[in-house]
Ligand binder design. Structure first.
Ligand code: CAA
Length: 259
């Protein structure tokens, strides 16, 4: 795992991925996007951990796409840049284990879009979030217009995207953009605590729940519950369902084998 702008460490079945381009507030340039792609595709195959935490070094989670690079794009280049960024966000969103964003500081533009592609967002009290692209005469390009509206509703999404305003962690929590807020020094430990709590559950159930919630948000309710019915049946074919239900009846903790 030798990356220039990314640190990745696997500890107790949890991968901690740190964006480490501090001099540019972890702005997502082509190289950093490519390193993130490499990390997530390599480990999609390896499956050598069961939860991922993404965070940033220094005072930013990520301050957006790299504006210096954006300033050199023509129309075709902009479409390609959006396509590559969106593909990364989709890869993270569909990654076959939970991905937690530990938002330590600025999460703006592409940085906020990266956080929104994660399953759960935990923020430091110092975090600042927003989609300030409008101030640059552009719009979000890594899924922000779509995921923000799904997370906070169309009115708040429009307000944030039209004004380009930055909001603090408390406001982001209030509108549902982040799920929990912690003092800065507790953020990573809290993220780790949550990761450990999740990986103690049955892995196939966690993955099925993730897939169902994601797929369900793209289809109507009847199709979503239809997917759920089938997945519910599939889960009953696994050893963990037998063990979990039996353990409850026997009044003892379940010993999941993640099968
Ligand atoms: N791209 C490239 N470099 C960036 C950057 C970005 N998104 N954000 C910050 N930097 C660089 C700055 O240019 C500066 O570099 P130098 O020291 O070489 O001058 C360094 O990071 C530190 O930044 P500041 O001096 O500006 O730090 P600050 O604390 O005064 O301000 C900030 C912090 C409010 C986050 C400010 O840096 C800022 O507004 N950054 C831009 C945020 C933004 O507009 N993001 C959206 C990008 S477009 C996008 O993301 C499109 C998309 O959806 C795909």
């Amino acid at each position: 795992m030798d990356y220039k702008n990314l640190q990745a460490e696997i500890k107790d079945d949890v991968a901690i991925v740190t964006l480490n381009r501090e001099k540019a507030l972890n702005a997502l340039d082509a190289e950093l996007i490519s390193e993130l792609h490499d990390f997530f595709t390599t480990h999609w195959m390896k499956r050598d951990f069961r939860c991922v935490i993404i965070t940033g070094a220094g005072k930013a989670f990520a301050a957006g796409a790299d504006i210096d690079e954006l300033s050199k794009l023509d129309v075709a280049g902009a479409v390609r840049t959006a396509a590559i960024g969106q593909y990364l966000m989709k890869t993270i969103e569909n990654f076959p284990c939970p991905v937690i964003a530990a938002i330590n500081g600025f999460a703006l533009g592409g940085g906020c879009e990266l956080a929104m592609a994660c399953d759960i967002r935990l923020a430091s009290e110092k975090a600042k979030l927003g989609q300030p692209e409008i101030n640059l005469g552009i719009i979000p390009g890594y899924g922000g217009t779509q995921r923000l509206a799904r997370l906070v509703g169309r009115g708040k999404a429009k307000q944030l995207i039209f004004t380009g305003d930055m909001i603090d962690a408390a406001e982001a929590h209030r509108i549902g953009l982040v799920d929990e807020v912690y003092p800065p020094e507790e953020l990573i430990n809290k993220a780790m605590e949550m990761a450990k709590k999740i990986i103690a559950k049955s892995k196939p159930s966690v993955i099925a729940a993730k897939e169902l919630i994601n797929r369900g948000l793209d289809v109507n309710l009847s199709s979503g519950v239809e997917f759920e019915k089938r997945a519910f049946g599939t889960i009953f074919g696994g050893k963990d369902a037998v063990e979990g239900l039996k353990a409850f009846m026997e009044k003892r903790p379940a010993n999941f084998k993640h099968k």
